[in-house]
Design a protein around this ligand. Sequence first.
Ligand code: IPD
Ligand code: CA
Ligand code: CA
Ligand code: CA
Length: 267
Amino acid sequence: MHPMLNIAVRAARSAGNVIARAFEQLDKVEVESKGTNDLVTNIDKQAEQVIIDTIRKAYPNHSIVGEEHGILEGEDTDYQWVIDPLDGTTNFVKGIPHFAVSIALKVKGKLDQAVIFDPIRGELFTASRGKGAQLNGFRIRVSNAKELSGTVLATGFPFKKKQHTDAYLNMFKAMFTKTADMRRAGSAALDLAYVAAGRVDGFFEIGLKPWDTAAGELLVVEAGGLVSDFAGGNNHAKSGNIVAGSTKVLREILKDIRPFLGDSLNK
Ligand code: IPD
Ligand code: CA
Ligand code: CA
Ligand code: CA
């Protein structure tokens, strides 16, 4: 295993332990609001601190961007870690056992290493640039669906940005009528990991943040799939509007989204 992936795995497992232990005593968790329908807990912050400490100990000069601590510039800006300590905070707070730790490393702006860890199921998704993607050490690949008929797509609702409801529902309708079914499980990181593992055939969501998608993007690509913005380009890290799937599924989704791209929904 690449030494930097090894550190990412160690950090994700340590954070996962913090989260899993706290999940057993949810009444002790302190919940705050960061904005409309946007929760954060002391456990999100603790888990992020554990990840930062693990990375800093191994690589004191690297830069780190975390959802809760923001940007921590290191002397070496070529190496940037992008972390979401707890993806699926709403599930966590509600006692729904579906959330994950997501850690990615970018080298000179390119995704290089990725880990998504589900501490409840003990599932560890890993990828290294050019080396494929694995689940608990076994190679995974995206589904081989060729059309939307028969597919199950994962998605996320724009619950923090309800002004996008109509645009989102139009897109949803266009796709729902063609697919077998849809899943809204509540963790974008796991949605992308599940695309990589072929458990769902594709994924789309509006308004995500870089830490929601960085590790998942490398997993999907290394599992043989594609990730893009709503116009098929690579603006998704900026816009947060993201589509993922196999080449064929992605092409079909983009075709269905196209009519809704406009003022309220950019690429
Ligand atoms: C959220 C989850 C959710 C998605 C939201 C994200 P968080 O991340 O990934 O599935 O729909 O847009 O913000 O805040 O729980 O880390
Ligand atoms: Ca959050
Ligand atoms: Ca997140
Ligand atoms: Ca989070």
